[in-house]
Design a protein around this ligand. Structure first.
Ligand code: FES
Ligand code: FES
Length: 237
């Protein structure tokens, strides 16, 4: 190179032209590179477009609601007990011979087999005495007596108190003194009072209340029940 920076034997004009051609080449290169960048970006975008779409995240199904444990179906099967026995009962003065299964209660025989529906079934567990009948003169909860064990005994239900179309004095007194509200407990109350007055003439109020205390009345008709038994006691004395 000479002092002016030119190649040996190169004139300044030639150098300028050489520089221009280099500049054009660099510009062209830059343009090309820019286009390449654009093409590259487009290609990248195209490639991205060609990429399999990411699976849309599916909402996870809610975990199943824990159901409360279902009670096991009742499996207790009451097997019919074969082996009915012949039972003789005297009910309200009539004799009956009945084939009765050993598990049958007295109230079932009265209501279902004999159609005496006056006796009421309340708790079916010897707690309310709505089912009271007389067995050989003694007031008993007929829901808790096995009928086959009462064979040969005399049973009196509320239907058996009336004589010749005339109410028993205890029935009459419950009627006149309004010794009831709904009347569900009334047959049992009457039978219990008959037992008392058959044994005890002119009972005191304390005796009446003590004797009747096992007969529940959901209506709370106790004051009038007491009045009815007092009135019947006077009548029967
Ligand atoms: S039904 Fe018999 S005692 Fe209640
Ligand atoms: S009158 Fe209703 S339960 Fe006694």
């Amino acid at each position: 190179m000479n002092e002016e920076g030119n190649k040996p034997g190169q004139s300044p004009e030639e150098e300028t032209m050489d520089t221009r051609s280099t500049a054009v080449t660099r510009r062209q290169f830059l343009i090309g590179a820019g286009a390449g960048l654009v093409v590259g970006a487009a290609a990248t975008a195209g490639l991205q477009a060609l990429q399999p779409a990411k699976p849309v995240e599916q909402a996870k199904p809610a975990p199943p609601v824990q159901q409360p444990a279902q009670p096991a179906p009742a499996t207790a099967i009451v097997e019919p007990v074969s082996g009915a026995k012949l039972v003789k009962l005297n009910v309200n003065g009539l004799d009956y011979s009945l084939a009765i299964e050993p598990q049958t209660t007295l109230i079932e025989v009265l209501k279902r087999d004999l159609g005496l529906t006056g006796t009421k079934l309340g708790c079916n567990g010897s707690m309310c005495s709505a089912c009271t009948v007389l067995v050989d003169g003694v007031a008993q909860n007929s829901c808790s007596l096995l009928a086959i064990r009462e064979s040969g005994k005399k049973i009196v239900t509320v239907e058996g108190l009336e004589q010749g179309g005339k109410l028993h004095p205890v029935q009459e007194a419950f009627w006149t003194q309004m010794g009831y509200q709904c009347g569900f407990c009334t047959p049992g109350q009457i039978m219990r009072a008959v037992e008392l007055l058959n044994k005890t003439k002119n009972p005191t109020d304390a005796q009446i209340m003590a004797h009747m205390s096992g007969n529940m009345c959901k209506c709370g008709a106790y004051p009038n029940i007491l009045k009815a038994v007092q009135a019947a006691a006077k009548q029967m004395a």
